[in-house]
Design a protein around this ligand. Structure first.
Ligand code: DGT
Ligand code: CA
Ligand code: CA
Ligand code: ZN
Length: 583
């Protein structure tokens, strides 16, 4: 077991102990232990092998022995016994918004609730409201949470899909009987949330490929298994489909199962207009539905299929019937952004506010990664929960960044940190005055608190921020958290128009839970001349990887390198940053 897995087990032990009503000191020790592991700078395996776990602050005797057992054997008897001593449904109850271990324990002890279904029944019967510490309001909130979970349990963040799909695709690739293979469906189209995962392979021996797929260790349950397809449920509850076709059918099946459905309908129409038929088995010279190989128009690749239908190749991200057919026919499909075009991120946090890493660590990591720049935009003072900076502390940070940059210059390194802030948009104006903002390289303005129920009010506040000459860009415009929290009310079109009028950029927040401005709105923003900035909103150095996710969504929004500000090299970026300030 690696460090992250061990930390996860420790956290879960802490929760299980809390559910059992153990003394809080004991339960907290596990959470502290997990945090200590996350902060390790040395490989955990080495610490265990050299019996040096005791040197780590926050890891006591009891934890040392458990961590050692987990790392060396991959299991922990104590943890398994603990899990077995509680009804398995209790952990699931914790996933309902508003329910922590204390409340779950009470529900279990007082009402005998052991599952989500039982909890729902108890709420409907009104018995939850009567418990100490609950009340009508909490009961209603719990019901709402159960409903929300039901709607979203079958949908997953794109990153989760990628993480789960990668080893499965690698397994297909390595299989001796697989000729070609790919992901398909919404995963290949780079949708922000996914229903299920789709895989496609070509082979002369479909049964062998399907055997290997359903036999994988992450398969929890085989829902369906036929001669050419299988559907399984993977650990974590995500569903996956695999189709296996002949290699001659492969390009047609790949196009079909990549979809979207709306895109496929138009493709079929185009075939019919030509007196042909298109389905997952081929493009056929036939007026009837068929899969007769003798009638198939040979296409070796998707490119050839598109060409046969009079179209330029449409990248999977654009296959949503959002205008790709007109553009592919006219030969005006844009050359989409590549994630390697990106030079850095302009909205990120450090230990000065709620980030995990110091300026030095960030600079070292991003330089090593090959970035040209990385802006530090810690929170402003009103974001108290995020340890927002007051003006004095921001000036300390500016000086600190300048010192680091001076050192980089001395060493002949081209990489630079940029100074900045993610300044809060307040009821009337911004959290910092223009004098202070003018001292910063990069200013991101975001709405975090005091959000109104009134769309016009929110829109007005955001537009006012865009009108400030010192604000370069708007951060996470809708405040949405995918599968978790809806957007606040805001007229996005009006904001885009205001950004166009003022030369303000809009962020594509590449955090996989945000991904706003939504890809559906970028073509409009682009038509108005509004530039995009793909930002990691990094709170840890590892979040630099979000650039790739953001680039995928930018592609889905039809954006090219020229539409995205942070493809600029440092000098050109500095020039672009001066434009709105009249310099
Ligand atoms: P998801 O799984 O909900 O995120 O979305 P998709 O697009 O992956 O949908 P899925 O998994 O149901 O099907 C994969 C592809 O198969 C889909 O993108 C298009 C194709 N497909 C599925 N059902 C139909 C259909 O009834 N008609 C057509 N034309 N295509 C379909
Ligand atoms: Ca799918
Ligand atoms: Ca599917
Ligand atoms: Zn923010």
């Amino acid at each position: 077991m690696d460090k992250d897995q061990v930390a996860e087990v420790l956290l879960e032990i802490g929760v299980l102990l809390e559910l059992k009503g153990e003394n809080p000191f004991k339960t907290r020790a596990y959470a502290a232990g997990a945090r200590a592991l996350e902060a390790l700078t040395e490989p955990l395996e080495r610490l265990v092998a050299e019996k040096r776990l005791g040197e780590v602050k926050g890891i006591g005797d009891a934890l040392q022995q458990k961590i050692t057992e987990l790392v060396t054997t991959g299991r922990l008897a104590y943890y398994e016994d603990l899990k077995a001593s509680l009804p398995p449904g209790l952990m699931e109850l914790l996933e309902i918004p508003g329910l922590g271990p204390k409340k779950v324990k009470l529900l279990h002890e007082q009402l005998g609730v052991k599952s989500v279904a039982e909890l729902e029944a108890a709420c409907r019967a009104g018995s939850v409201a009567g418990l100490t510490g609950f009340g009508e309001k909490t009961q209603a909130k719990i019901l709402e949470g159960i409903q929300f979970r039901r709607t979203y349990a079958t949908r997953h963040l794109q990153t989760v899909g990628h993480r789960v799909a990668e080893p499965i695709l690698a397994g297909l690739r390595a299989h001796p009987d697989v000729i070609r293979c790919s992901t398909a469906g919404s995963l290949r189209r780079c949708k922000e949330v996914l229903g299920d995962l789709d895989f496609l392979a070509s082979s002369r021996h479909p049964a062998r490929v399907l055997d290997a797929f359903v036999g994988r260790s992450e398969v929890q349950n085989v829902t369906a298994r036929g001669d050419t397809k299988a559907t399984v449920i993977l650990t974590g509850g995500i569903q996956a489909d695999l189709r296996v076709v002949s290699d001659a059918e492969y390009p047609f099946a790949l196009a079909y199962f990549t979809g979207s459905k709306e895109h496929n309908i138009v493709m079929r129409q185009r075939a019919i207009q030509r007196g042909w038929r298109l389905n997952e088995y081929g493009l056929f010279r036939s007026a009837e539905e068929t899969r007769d190989p003798a009638l198939r128009i040979d296409c070796g690749t998707e490119e050839e299929l598109f060409a046969a239908l009079g179209l330029a190749y449409v990248p999977p991200e654009l296959r949503e019937d959002h205008g790709e057919f007109a553009a592919a026919e006219a030969g005006t499909l844009p050359r989409l952004l590549e994630w390697t075009d990106l030079r850095g991120s302009l909205h990120n946090h450090s230990t000065y506010s709620d980030g995990h890493d110091s300026l030095e660590v960030i600079a070292g990591y991003m330089e090593e990664l090959g970035c040209a720049y990385w802006a530090i935009t810690d929170h402003s003072r009103s974001s108290v929960q995020a340890r927002g900076l007051d003006p004095a502390r921001l000036r300390t940070e500016i000086a600190h960044i300048q010192a680091i940059n001076a050192r980089l210059a001395d060493q002949g390194v081209d990489f630079r940190l940029l100074t900045g802030t993610e300044v809060d948009i307040l009821k009337d104006g911004l959290d910092f005055d223009n004098d202070l903002l003018s001292e910063l390289d990069v200013v991101v303005a975001s709405l975090h608190a005091g959000i109104s129920q009134d769309e016009a009010e929110n829109t007005r506040r955001i537009i006012r921020a865009a009108e400030n000459p010192f604000v370069h860009m708007l951060g996470h415009l809708t405040g949405r958290l995918l599968l978790e929290r809806e957007s606040y009310k805001v007229n996005q079109m009006a904001v885009i128009d205001a950004c166009a009028a003022t030369g303000t950029w809009i962020e594509l927040n590449a955090n996989p839970r945000r991904l706003d401005l939504d890809w559906r709105l970028w073509p409009y923003a682009k038509s108005k001349g509004v530039k995009c900035v793909i930002n990691c909103d990094a709170h840890r150095i590892e979040h630099a990887g979000y650039l790739r996710i953001g680039a995928g969504l930018a592609r889905k929004g039809w954006l090219t390198k020229a539409d995205v500000i942070n493809t600029l090299p440092l000098d050109a970026l500095r020039t672009a940053l001066r434009v709105k300030r009249g310099g």
